[in-house]
Design a protein around this ligand. Structure first.
Ligand SMILES: [Zn+2]
Length: 87
């Protein structure tokens, strides 16, 4: 019997935690905003990067929509925070 090797990946979570991250705007200002982890790519992004009621970020949604979206300009970059604690 072949034994399945389980990789040490975190379990899929349905609940998405809201975290605080500090983001830097293109004009150099920083701001603390709410963020959550994308269930697809696992990257913590500001809530505005998600579509309403979606736990996938706009980039992942764009991928699944296959080019229906135009390339979205990055509004900010996360410079601090973004670590999601496992409950
Ligand atoms: Zn994503």
């Amino acid at each position: 019997m072949a034994q399945e090797i389980k990789r040490a990946l975190p379990r899929k979570r349905n609940r998405v935690q809201i975290v605080k991250v500090t983001v830097k705007h293109p004009d150099g200002t920083t701001e603390e905003v709410d963020a959550k982890e994308c269930t697809k790519c696992g990257v913590v992004k500001a809530l505005l990067e998600f579509n309403t009621n979606s736990n996938r970020c706009s980039e992942c949604a764009k991928e699944s929509a296959r080019g229906n979206y135009k390339q979205r300009k990055v509004m900010w970059e996360v410079i601090e925070g973004g670590k999601v604690q496992e409950m």
